[in-house]
Design a protein around this ligand. Structure first.
Ligand SMILES: Cc1ncc(COP(=O)(O)O)c(C=O)c1O
Length: 319
């Protein structure tokens, strides 16, 4: 039996019934067919996901006991592993069952649930990635905030890195969620060095792209703007675009966002599963607008969190 067949056979059995379990309070992980407390989760050191960053991943939140847009995340994840020509050992429905079970086992009301598909461990002496048995991992941990709610109340200081540009999309496709975070982390350190809390990167041609775990929006001349290309199609970004389509609070423009426009924006905000809609009140040391979270940002933030209760987007962990 191959590792994939083994994993498939394991998941086809009903997952062990269990209620709250303290061993899983810090989170639960799915590793090679088993659910273990997250602190005990280990991946093989030779997995090319680790040594080559040869993988894709996705992150879905659980908020107040329900997944937010679980099936949209699973669909995006599948689109991305297919683009990398990965074939995870489990079907989408089995992954879905595992993610729900991880959330249930951890008993977390608010959780950050990650799924990862890696190229896997090469058979001895093999260099051809087409011959590696691909792997699937997943874990649920307490909800992660890029900016905590109390920090969001006052807004964040965002710095646009001068010395670091986003990896070109022709080298690493940013729409395939990846762990090539060298540029993003370098941008973060540049932001810290210049007094900022978060860093965004430009594309090297005068347009803003994104930052470590978030998309960027700006309100310029009353128009809500966000870059169209060269960035990840974040689920939070997608949710805001859909909410704005349904209730046009302001005109919307999804197109290249020049740094010059960002600098004169009346509002700037960042979006991420890990934190929602995060106001930026200082940009490169200067106040954005009146230096407080703007009216559109606040309205969108409210609508984003309210959308978590919409039945079409909510999958209760226990039903
Ligand atoms: C580079 C990058 N951009 C944007 C995002 C935001 O995506 P989402 O809203 O799906 O969390 C992420 C999330 O991790 C990211 O890594």
């Amino acid at each position: 039996m191959t590792a994939g067949e083994q994993a498939r056979a394991t998941t086809q059995q009903p997952l062990a019934a269990s209620g709250a379990d303290d061993a899983f309070a810090a989170g639960a992980a799915w590793i090679e067919g088993e659910i273990v407390p997250v602190a005990q989760a280990r991946i093989p050191i030779l997995d090319t996901g680790f040594v080559r960053s040869d993988l894709t991943y996705d992150v879905v939140s659980v908020w107040q006991g329900a997944f937010f847009r679980l099936d949209d995340h699973l669909a995006r994840f599948e689109r991305n592993w297919r683009r990398l020509r990965l074939v995870p050992p489990l079907a989408r429905e089995q992954m879905r069952t595992i993610l729900i079970e991880l959330a249930r086992r951890s008993s977390l009301r608010d959780a950050y649930v990650a799924m990862i598909a890696t190229r896997g461990v090469p058979p001895a002496g093999e260099r051809d990635p087409r011959r590696f048995p691909n792997r699937f991992y997943a874990y649920a941990v307490p909800f992660v905030w890029i900016q905590r709610p109390e920090q969001q109340a006052g807004g964040v200081h965002l710095v646009v890195a001068r010395d670091t540009h986003r990896i070109p999309p022709t080298s690493i496709d940013p729409t395939v969620k990846n762990f090539h975070w060298g540029d993003l982390v370098r941008g973060l350190y540049e932001a810290y060095d210049r007094g900022g809390a978060l860093g965004a990167l430009s594309d090297g041609a005068g347009n803003v792209t994104e930052g470590a775990g978030f998309n960027v929006f700006a309100v310029v001349d009353g128009v809500v703007r966000t870059p169209a290309a060269g960035v990840f199609d974040g689920m939070t970004r997608r949710t805001l675009l859909e909410l704005l389509e349904r209730e046009p609070l302001a005109p919307l423009r999804v197109a290249a966002l020049p740094l010059a426009d960002l600098a004169r924006a009346s509002e700037v905000f960042l979006t991420s599963t890990a934190g929602g809609v995060m106001p930026v009140t200082t940009l490169d040391g200067a106040a954005v607008g009146d230096g407080r979270p703007g009216a559109l940002t606040r309205a969108l933030r409210e609508r984003y969190w309210a959308a978590h209760a919409e039945p079409r987007w909510a999958t209760p962990v226990s039903s």
